[in-house]
Design a protein around this ligand. Structure first.
Ligand code: ATP
Length: 240
């Protein structure tokens, strides 16, 4: 674990109605780090991201740069610098690429800043610049994922939550997307928590990783330590 913890999750439980999915999760993410969350289907990975962005009930504590986030509204959490790119992307299909990007700036005010940020996003995702007037629903899967991340970046997040960014994408597109996520992390020092089935890719860009099973963290370590773990190799990396 990092000594300079930016995101600190302590004894976090979360769920839906009567169903408790997370059971006392503890983890911390250093400032500017990429943290990967691995685990089998139904382990609670998506629920963990939803708990961080205020979309499900929670007990326990979530602190971002020292400030408590738990049990705040999704809007208040977004205003504190958390951007969530959900599984399935969450772009507004009937709206154009440009409209989607501008919606991402809802926590911001200055018009000049928003225009500068549009340029910044086009720098990361040049393809979006060529598709500004196209409706999101007509983009390829990879372009939609880029749009979803671009929209999240419009809020200048301090913490970016990515849920299965590789879902349904061709391997080459996925690799390109992960390369861009690393570039964003390096250039903007954005802290990233990424939930990902493709453990190889996630461990390639992450410094820290955690394995979640049945709503509990069962293994934590550096990406190298997690990659070297016999059980992880068998279950998630497809060798040994
Ligand atoms: P996957 O890799 O399949 O996406 P996951 O690790 O992200 O799985 P979650 O989606 O967090 O797991 O689901 C954890 C548990 O919570 C599952 O048992 C699931 O059925 C349950 N669950 C998810 N969404 C809801 C909901 N809206 N209402 C009730 N239970 C839910």
């Amino acid at each position: 674990m990092s000594t300079d913890s930016f995101l600190t999750i302590s004894d976090l439980s979360a769920g839906y109605g009567d169903a408790r999915v997370l059971h006392g999760v503890n983890l911390s993410v250093g400032r500017g780090e990429i943290c990967a969350i691995l685990g089998p289907n139904g382990a609670g990975k998506t629920t963990l991201l939803r708990a961080l962005s205020g979309a499900v009930w929670t007990r326990g504590s979530v602190r971002l740069d020292g400030a408590g986030l738990a049990r705040r509204s999704p809007d208040a959490i977004a205003r504190r610098g958390v951007a969530h790119v959900p599984e399935g992307r969450g772009t507004f299909m009937p709206l154009t690429v440009e409209e989607n990007l501008r919606l991402g700036a809802f926590t911001r005010r200055g018009r000049g800043e928003v225009e500068a940020d549009l340029d910044r996003i086009h720098g990361y995702f040049p393809v979006l610049k060529t598709r500004l007037r196209q409706v999101a629903g007509s983009l390829s899967g990879g372009e939609q994922q880029m749009l979803a991340i671009g929209r999240a970046l419009m809020s200048r997040p301090r913490l970016l939550l990515l849920d299965e960014p590789s879902l349904g994408l061709a391997p080459l597109v996925t690799r390109e997307l992960f390369r861009i996520v690393r570039t964003i992390n390096e250039q903007e020092r954005t802290t990233v928590v990424v939930v990902e089935q493709n453990a190889h890719l996630a461990l390639d860009i992450a410094q820290q990783a955690h394995v979640l099973e049945s709503g509990r963290i069962v293994l934590s370590g550096s990406a190298d330590e997690i990659r070297a773990d016999e059980q992880v190799a068998q279950s998630y990396l497809g060798y040994r």
